[in-house]
Structure formats: structure tokens, C-alpha cells
Design a protein around this ligand. Structure first.
Ligand code: ACO
Length: 320
């Protein structure tokens, strides 16, 4: 049986941090106090004009490849999770492949909004475990600043841009212990960007809209349920978890999830204060931060969890 393991991580945040006070200075009717109290967010990063998801993905991928000791030519599968692709087509994964100078990998995008990275990682695991592929690059990359309504203070203060990447390789030892993916399209309209390209124009509203309270309740429920599902599929109690790396939407969602799981906050990797919500990039960015600062170490039990528009949700339990 072929297993797979993460052998390298990388992250990239564009430009200088933008504080809550910087948003006030830009004319948004908000305050540092309101944003920090309700969400835990203090900073986010925004891509420069012309900087695309594939550019952020390239920086994160180069760092993940370096950490894994791999060259771009070693990669035989590229999956990019994004809801803010460079173009309608080709996929951001193919654009990234070209920027990396790789011409042999299978390359495609996954669109599961903030769950996109755990969807991509789960798909890559299935490719590798089947024996068809050996070395995957899985990336979450977003320029959410391009789809925000700057007149809607209830949403525009929440998001930022960034990219995170991992290299996933075939291994004799199990690195991924369990996976879980879910979707329920019944909830498609509580978080959406309903616009589309149609006959050379944008049809519908091309900006993010959200029912914040409905999203909050849904996220807490499914993050808790999925964590239980992943641990019981691996035959482990929640107390065996060393680290939870959840989607970074809001500190209050993370605190409520910790309470539901009876997990101390010290075991939760939190980057939302510095990154904001970077959608599909948030989980691999948080993972990379905690690997590079030495908190996440080889052999530990690490759970990655995503939840986002669709609604979609899921997770991956690793022995790192
Ligand atoms: N600054 C100041 N005041 C604000 C702001 C702001 N940025 N945004 C809203 N307000 C005001 C509103 O106008 C309202 O004022 P009013 O009482 O005078 O009418 C008041 O604050 C309360 O507004 P609500 O929308 O009810 O605020 P709520 O308490 O629900 O908090 C929040 C909003 C923080 C978005 C919350 O619903 C939440 O955390 N939801 C989770 C959603 C989330 O994190 N989504 C991320 C994307 S989804 C995902 O990644 C899974």
C-alpha cells in the first residue's frame, strides 16, 4: 500500500500588512476596536495591482519545494485551490505550472472556496495512494481583495490575499491518517459571489455577499463535527491531537470550536490576527507558519480543517 506525507510547506503574503486603522484611513466606516473584538483580525495583506493568484502561488510553491528538497521538475500533479483565478480559463494551476517551468505534471484547479485546500489535499492523496502519481504540489491562492464590496463594512474588513503550498509525496509510512469532505448546496446563498461573465459583460453582482450570523453557526457546527469524524475514523481520541489548523475566518469561530471539542486554545494554530481570512490560502498559510516556527514537528498529530461557500467543509488528519 502506498501512503503519502507532506514533505515541505511554503507561504506568501503580498505587500506590507494593512492594519484596521489603515482601513479607517481609507474611508471605511469601522474601527480597530469593532474589527478586533468581533473577529480577532488586526492586519491583512493585499496584492499589488496586476499581481494575480498565480503570482502568489508561485512564491509559496517555490518555498514549499525548497523545504521538501524538490525541484519543480519532480512534481507530477499540481492542484490549485482558488475562487479568484487569474482568468476564466486556462486554470490557475496551468498558469502556475508554466511559471514554475514544469511541463509534465497534471494540473487543474479546485473550487471549494475556503475548503478548497483540504479538498485539493484529499484529491492529491487519492492520486498518490492509487499509485498513478508520486509527488504533488497542492496550493491555496487567493486575491479576495478583488471581489470585496468596499461599501459593505460587514464583509470588506474580514478578508486578505495570500497563498500557501505543500508538497505531498508517496511514502511507506502513513502521513495522512484520515480525510473527510462534505458539501451541501442547500446553503449556497449564505456566502456567495453571484456574478458571472456573460456575452462580454458581467451578469449579476460580482462582489462577495454573506449572511454573517448564519455562516458563523454553520462553521462552528461543522468544524466540531468534522474533527470528531476524522479522529474516530483514525481510531484516536480528540485528546491525541497535538495541533488543530482550522480555516482562519474569525477568532470567535475558533474559540467556539475549541469549546465544542474541549480542546485548549493553545492547541489551535491562529493566524487570523495577522492574515485576515485568506479563503483557500488560510489553512496552508497557517500550517506553514507553525511548521517554520517549530511548533508543528515530525510525528505529531495535526488536523487541517476547512469550511466555506457552497457550503463545503472537510478536513485531513496527519501524522506529520
Ligand atoms: N465596523 C463597525 N460596525 C460594523 C461593521 C464594521 N466593520 N460591520 C458591521 N457593523 C455594525 C452593523 O452595521 C450593525 O450595526 P447596527 O446594530 O447599528 O445595525 C452591528 O455592527 C452588528 O452587525 P452584524 O452584522 O449583526 O454583526 P455581527 O455581530 O453578526 O458580526 C461578523 C458580524 C463579525 C461578520 C459575524 O457575523 C461573524 O463573525 N460571522 C462569521 C462570518 C465569517 O467569519 N465569515 C468569513 C467568511 S466565511 C468563511 O470563511 C467560512
Amino acid at each position: 500500500m502506498t501512503f503519502c506525507r507532506i514533505t515541505g510547506t511554503g507561504g506568501y503574503l503580498p505587500g506590507a500588512p494593512v492594519s484596521n486603522d489603515d482601513l479607517v484611513a481609507r474611508g471605511i466606516q469601522t474601527s480597530d476596536e469593532w474589527i478586533a473584538d468581533r473577529t480577532g483580525i488586526r492586519f491583512r495583506h493585499f496584492a499589488a495591482d496586476g499581481e494575480q493568484s498565480s503570482d502568489l502561488a508561485l512564491h509559496a510553491s517555490v518555498r514549499a519545494l525548497e523545504a521538501a528538497g524538490r525541484a519543480a521538475a519532480d512534481i507530477d500533479l499540481i492542484i490549485v485551490a482558488t475562487s479568484t483565478p487569474d482568468q476564466v480559463f486556462p486554470s490557475t494551476a496551468c498558469i502556475l505550472q508554466n511559471k514554475l517551468g514544469n511541463r509534465a505534471a497534471v494540473a487543474f484547479d479546485v473550487q471549494a472556496v475556503c475548503s478548497g485546500f483540504v479538498y485539493g489535499l484529499t484529491i492529491a492523496e487519492k492520486f498518490i495512494r492509487s499509485g498513478s502519481h508520486k509527488c504533488a504540489l497542492v496550493v491555496g491562492a487567493e486575491v479576495f481583495s478583488r471581489i470585496l464590496d468596499w461599501e459593505d463594512r460587514g464583509t470588506c474588513v474580514l478578508f486578505g490575499d495570500g497563498a500557501g503550498a505543500v508538497v505531498l509525496e508517496a511514502s511507506d509510512e502513513p502521513g495522512i491518517l484520515s480525510t473527510a469532505l462534505h458539501a451541501d448546496g442547500h446553503y449556497h446563498d449564505i456566502l456567495s459571489v453571484p456574478g458571472q461573465v456573460c456575452n462580454g459583460a458581467i451578469a449579476g453582482r460580482p462582489l462577495l455577499q454573506m449572511d454573517g450570523q448564519a455562516v458563523f453557526k454553520f462553521a462552528v457546527k461543522v468544524l466540531g463535527d468534522t474533527a470528531q469524524e476524522l479522529m474516530s475514523a483514525a481510531g484516536l481520541p480528540v485528546t491525541a491531537l497535538d495541533w488543530l489548523v482550522p480555516h482562519q475566518a474569525n477568532i470567535r469561530i475558533l474559540q467556539s470550536t475549541a469549546r465544542r471539542l474541549d480542546l485548549p486554545m493553545e492547541k489551535i494554530i491562529v493566524t487570523v490576527a495577522d492574515h485576515g481570512n485568506t479563503s483557500a490560502a488560510s489553512v496552508p498559510l497557517a500550517l506553514d507558519v507553525a511548521v517554520r516556527d517549530g511548533r508543528i514537528r515530525t510525528g505529531q498529530h495535526v488536523m487541517l480543517e476547512g469550511v466555506g461557500g457552497g457550503f463545503t467543509w472537510g478536513g485531513v488528519l496527519l501524522r506529520f
